[in-house]
Write a protein that binds this ligand. Structure first.
Ligand code: G3H
Length: 261
């Protein structure tokens, strides 16, 4: 069986200016030890304005924290006011770019076509997409959450070759769980994360599907992390609010030390 290194990624959303970002990253770096990084990959997804500061800190102090953006342009350069391109993010040595987060879909009209173009743009620049998928509350209530989420996955990966897709990270984030304090049960998370892996095997092959990390996101805290991570198809978490509290984020990274709640 393929060993998947768990990934705990903090999505700061539109929080922490570049000075606060330095302080926060230093606090994380101070708290995290080599053994933490052996057990878990740790990443922060910061506002664009923080990336240069975080890069300088990571490079200068040789930190093992990975970092990336919360979005990426579908275009590589040109007259796209306000956009930030893959080559620009690659120059800042970003490992990851979150793509298709529900807040981008909801507030910025990102549809499957745009998400697909952004996934391809990330790969053109050697950046690994953290592709966000997940259903809103009405879809969950209608019981069609698996089909809804898999349709988002299909759309995002349309025309993406296996040689790229094998490195993708998929984050299942039910919209009703984001920022609400209502975390999905481990069983709910497992149901959809497993379905995502099955679909990856159908779209590509079982070997690729076994390699891809599928995260859960939505109100994850230290108290819920161990229970979620106990599920076989949950390979980490995308953490919003709780990632802004360095102590809480470190506790999530050390989920193995928490009780399965
Ligand atoms: O990207 C992170 C998700 O939107 C989860 O956010 P949250 O942990 O604040 O619910």
């Amino acid at each position: 069986m393929t060993e998947r290194l768990p990934l705990m990624a903090g999505n700061w959303k539109m929080n922490l200016n570049h000075l606060e970002a330095i302080q926060h990253t230093q606090k994380l770096a101070f708290a995290l030890a080599d053994k933490d990084y052996e057990a878990v990959e740790v990443a922060v997804l910061t506002p664009f304005t923080d990336l240069r500061s975080v890069q300088t800190l990571v490079d200068g102090d040789k930190l093992k924290i990975k970092y990336g953006s919360q979005d990426i342009s579908a275009h590589d350069s040109g007259a796209y006011t306000g956009e930030v391109s893959g080559p620009m993010l690659a120059k800042l040595k970003c490992t990851y770019a979150a793509i298709g987060h529900s807040e981008r879909r909801q507030y910025h009209g990102e549809n499957e076509e745009i998400v697909n173009a952004k996934v391809k743009a990330a790969y053109r620049s050697g950046i690994t997409p953290i592709l966000c998928v997940g259903e809103p509350l009405e879809v969950r209530k209608a019981g069609t959450h698996v089909a809804h989420t898999l349709a988002q996955l299909d759309g995002a990966l349309d025309g993406v070759p296996a040689s790229d897709a094998e490195s993708i990270v998929v984050a299942y984030e039910p919209v009703w769980a984001i920022g609400t304090g209502e975390v999905a049960t481990p069983e709910d998370a497992q149901e959809v994360c497993a379905a995502i892996r099955v679909r990856l095997a159908e779209l590509y092959d079982g070997e690729l599907a076994a390699k891809v990390r599928v995260l859960y996101g939505g109100s994850v805290k230290a108290s819920s992390a161990a229970g979620l991570m106990a599920k076989p198809d949950v390979d980490g978490a995308l953490i919003g609010g709780a990632s802004l509290d360095a102590d809480e984020f470190v506790r999530i990274v050390r989920y193995r030390e928490q009780a399965v709640g």
